[in-house]
Design a protein around this ligand. Structure first.
Ligand SMILES: Cc1cc2nc3c(=O)[nH]c(=O)nc-3n(C[C@H](O)[C@H](O)[C@H](O)COP(=O)(O)OP(=O)(O)OC[C@H]3O[C@@H](n4cnc5c(N)ncnc54)[C@H](O)[C@@H]3O)c2cc1C
Length: 603
């Protein structure tokens, strides 16, 4: 087996990913005059960003003028159980407002208030009505607008249906990436002066997920192998409401906008059970709380026929539902033959989002490897132990732009490193080995299935030391088998071949999730340890960092920088407000007293 020829493409900034983070980074780098290349595994417009439904959280104050970035800051920190990087949250809450208006200037359309401003809807654990939206198709509008802007930005070129499999290094510094074209399997080398990862998150190592086939964690695995650190990997978000029936639709998201628009959760006894778990916020409690509540109801024998709960929005009326939740109406009609204007939906928790990711500097998105940046879902730090719905679309715009700008600034005056042929050849050999016709080997699909079993059953919504250890052993066994994966056929349009590398990446990420989950001996946010059911003050002072120790994966505790007084004050004020009022405060149910005082906060 002789490694083959490859095409070389040079650029200043290589952006891996054409979701919102990648596209926003590319626009920033292109506008700064850098020759910028965007690479995506799928077609332009197909990234996860397009699937986002509910909206973009930004304290525009259009629907409720009491909102401001300070309240958004506090909501995000409290939602993340104070494990968030507070500087990232501060930047995010302040800048997301400009990013939404920028999107509008670029041609993005939003639903409107009666007086013509961008409309905002309620969402879980946001104090005020905050999510700018377009029906339940907000991600589609965001990506449409960003890709339109990107393809019309001078110096930006897009390469679709390419999979990048490894980062090239020049000493300590990242110098590009190697990959292949998915249609014909030909190899490509990108030589770049800086690389921005906008490659999204990971859900495919679980059985039930709202993520598409792309969510295999490639970017974080590439970064880890290149020496970058990962942060908070134990925190994987279960969205409370995925479809659970029929089996083929299991995991597909039922947007939180349904609850934002007034949807109610019931158990099989017809009880609105959120009264028990969070009587103040009810269905609009944070995702971790609602997901656990549904799980507990089902465990107690009060679940829906297929082990979840009923979500009912019928009281809003057919016309309202079809206007505000058109995708949900169509989704249930097409996939489950359920008319949600006449029947309740059956829903249950589904793996949805990854709070953890590549460790980055808050201002620039710089990773711990020189020349490598990360933004969006692939990065960690903003969301702490639990992300609030609507905070990802803002994340990708705010930090995509910052990473693109920082990468552009860094490459000025730099020259390309020479391609290290040994690195390219080693990668080609590793990829071609999966196609060796002389060897019988392991089936990548069976390995993927076994990994999904191990993660869903033992590293899922409820965890213990025993279950996580079982999962770790299963992962270690799969890691031993993975080099023996073999598939038939050639490289042309060969999904089996693509799956081999996906599995390897998912094994890295799964090991990081499980090892970090073992270290965090407490329950916080999405990490629910049945053997450590409470918050631990000590563990609240650290984030866990995953890194390659040379002889295997290592986890270390990183002491958190204390939150400055000016920001702590915002959190304290929000807690005081929550003690006296229901959340979110509906604009038509305004109350006097502390809630009004909150409006006058300097923020
Ligand atoms: C169903 C659903 C609904 C959601 N609703 C909301 C919502 O209402 N509000 C909200 O804030 N968030 C929502 N989210 C979350 C949000 O959509 C995502 O977190 C966000 O869009 C991620 O954007 P991103 O740019 O980081 O990555 P993505 O949009 O996932 O893009 C990743 C890109 O990287 C590319 N890529 C990956 N690996 C490789 C590789 N090896 N080589 C080349 N390219 C690669 C992919 O092809 C893709 O182009 C939702 C998510 C889902 C799944």
């Amino acid at each position: 087996m002789i490694p083959e020829s490859y095409d070389t493409i040079d650029c200043d900034v290589l952006v891996i990913g054409a979701g919102g983070a990648g596209l926003r980074a590319a626009v920033a780098a292109g506008e700064a005059g850098c020759d910028t290349v965007v690479v995506t595994k799928s077609l332009l417009g197909k990234a996860h960003t397009v699937m986002a439904e509910g909206g973009i959280g930004a304290a525009l104050g259009n629907v409720d003028p009491r909102d401001n970035w300070g309240v958004h800051f506090a909501d995000t920190m409290l939602g993340g159980q104070l494990l968030n990087n507070w500087r990232m949250v501060e930047i995010f809450a302040q800048e997301v407002i400009d990013r939404v208006y920028e999107l509008e200037r670029w041609g993005g359309l939003f639903d409107r208030t009666p007086d013509g401003r961008i409309s905002q809807r309620a969402f879980g654990a946001h104090t005020f009505w905050r999510l700018a939206h377009v029906g339940d198709r907000t991600g589609l509008e965001l990506i449409r607008t960003c890709q339109d802007r990107a393809v019309h930005t001078p110096n930006v070129t897009v390469h679709m249906e390419y999979t990048l499999t490894t980062l090239l290094k020049d000493g300590d510094r990242v110098a590009g990436a190697v990959g292949y074209r998915r249609n014909d399997g030909s190899f490509v080398v990108f030589r770049a002066k800086a690389v921005v990862l906008g490659s999204g998150g990971w859900g495919r190592m679980y059985k039930h997920t709202s993520n598409s086939w792309e969510g295999t964690g490639d970017g974080a695995a590439l970064a880890y192998r290149a020496g970058a650190e990962l942060l908070d990997m134990e925190f994987v978000q279960f969205h409370p409401t995925g479809m659970i029936w029929p089996p083929g639709a299991r995991g597909i998201l039922v947007t939180e906008a349904v609850r934002g628009e007034g949807g109610r959760l019931y158990n099989s006894l017809g009880e609105r059970f959120m009264e028990t778990y969070d009587p103040k916020k009810m269905e609009l409690s944070s995702r971790d709380v609602v997901a656990r509540s549904i799980y507990k109801e089902a465990q107690a024998g009060r679940g829906s026929p297929h082990g979840g709960a009923f979500l009912d929005v019928r009281h809003r009326g057919a016309e309202y539902i079809k206007k505000r939740l058109p995708s949900m109406y169509e989704q249930f009609h097409a996939l489950a033959s359920v008319d949600i204007t006449k029947e309740p939906m059956e829903v249950g928790p589904t793996i949805h989002y990854t709070m953890g990711g590549v460790r980055v500097a808050p201002e620039t998105g710089a990773t711990t490897v020189p020349g490598l940046y990360a933004a969006g879902e692939v990065s960690g730090g903003l969301h702490g132990a639990n992300r609030l719905g609507g905070n990802s679309l803002g994340d990708i715009l705010v930090f995509g732009r910052r990473a693109g700008e920082a990468a552009a600034a860094e490459v000025a005056g730099r020259v390309h490193a020479a391609v290290d042929e040994r690195q390219v050849e080693a990668e080609q050999r590793a990829l071609l080995a999966y196609l060796d016709p002389h060897e019988e080997g392991e089936n990548p699909y069976l390995l993927h299935e076994a990994l999904q079993e191990a993660m869903q059953d033992d590293a899922g919504i409820a965890r213990t030391e025993e279950s996580l250890t079982r999962s770790l052993h299963a992962i270690q066994e799969l890691c031993e088998r993975a080099p023996r994966m073999r598939v038939g056929g050639r490289r042309i349009l060969n999904p089996g071949w693509h799956t081999c590398r996906d599995v390897v990446n998912m094994l890295v990420i799964s090991e990081a999730i499980v090892r970090s989950g073992l270290e965090r001996r407490e329950s916080r946010g999405s990490q629910w340890r049945l053997d450590f059911p409470d918050l631990s003050e000590e563990q609240g002072k650290v984030n866990y960092v995953t890194y390659d120790g040379g002889d295997g994966m290592r986890i270390r505790a990183l002491s958190r920088e204390p939150i400055p007084q000016r920001l702590q004050r915002l959190v304290d004020e929000e807690l005081a407000l929550r003690a006296v009022t229901t959340i979110p405060v509906r604009p038509d149910q305004r109350i006097e007293g502390p809630a009004v005082a909150a409006a006058g906060r300097e923020a």
